[in-house]
Design a protein around this ligand. Sequence first.
Ligand SMILES: NC(=O)c1ccc[n+]([C@@H]2O[C@H](COP(=O)([O-])OP(=O)(O)OC[C@H]3O[C@@H](n4cnc5c(N)ncnc54)[C@H](OP(=O)(O)O)[C@@H]3O)[C@@H](O)[C@H]2O)c1
Length: 235
Amino acid sequence: MIILIIGGIGGIGSGMIEEVQSRYLSAKIHATYHKQQPNKQDEEISWHEVNICDESQVAVLSQKFEKLDMLINCVGLLHHNEQLPEKSITQFNPEFFQANININLLPTLLLAKHFQNKLRQSGLSYFVTVSAKVGSISDNRLGGWMSYRCSKAALNMALKTLSIEWQRTASNICVLSFHPGTTDTLLSKPFQARLPQGQLQTPAQTARYFFDLLPTLSTEDSGSFIDYAGNRLPW
Ligand SMILES: NC(=O)c1ccc[n+]([C@@H]2O[C@H](COP(=O)([O-])OP(=O)(O)OC[C@H]3O[C@@H](n4cnc5c(N)ncnc54)[C@H](OP(=O)(O)O)[C@@H]3O)[C@@H](O)[C@H]2O)c1
């Protein structure tokens, strides 16, 4: 089995790698990193340095594979040094909005374009992006986080649209939008204080939930928006 984790150095991405290592002993694991250097001493993992928002770099990455059984995209942005997610439209900043679209949506489209032929080569393969429940339009009761919400809603639309196209042209690929639950990573750090006790998962827990769920999902589930507990989320 050949598995590619995009954003393998991030909180959830590194949890996914560790879980793959413990579950799929004969899997060939590939992972990407961006700014932060991984520990390359673990020879079980093939690391690739990629800015996943750059199409030429995604194309070069795809050329390193003949086939792929699983692609899990764990890249994402909620805040950066200069801006937290908006509480009000008065805080809206076009550059921050573009950064959210660039990092939360664009990579999935580029990865789908360049990896579909690789994922087609397996009996059953998975194309998964870590999304977020706040991207649900019908579940939106609190408002706020305009750029992040819009980018994740657009991401969900992209995944749903892909699943429909691939039912016709690459029916072995199961496309999933995965909500991980609040997980203790740099991305969620500024928002952990007010969480009810017991609601913060470790990256290892999130990854375990995901890989417990995966064998229960097949091409009939393609195009689902699903959370860590296996619940189908409303769009
Ligand atoms: N943590 C949560 O509670 C939570 C909840 C719901 C959804 N999510 C979603 O889960 C996913 C993973 O988040 P996380 O919590 O693991 O956050 P994280 O620890 O901040 O990881 C995000 C990763 O994205 C990478 N990245 C950003 N821009 C990139 C680019 N242009 N090219 C390549 N890599 C890039 C970062 O690498 P560099 O820093 O090296 O750029 C980082 O490793 C995100 O999509 C997030 O929206 C998380």
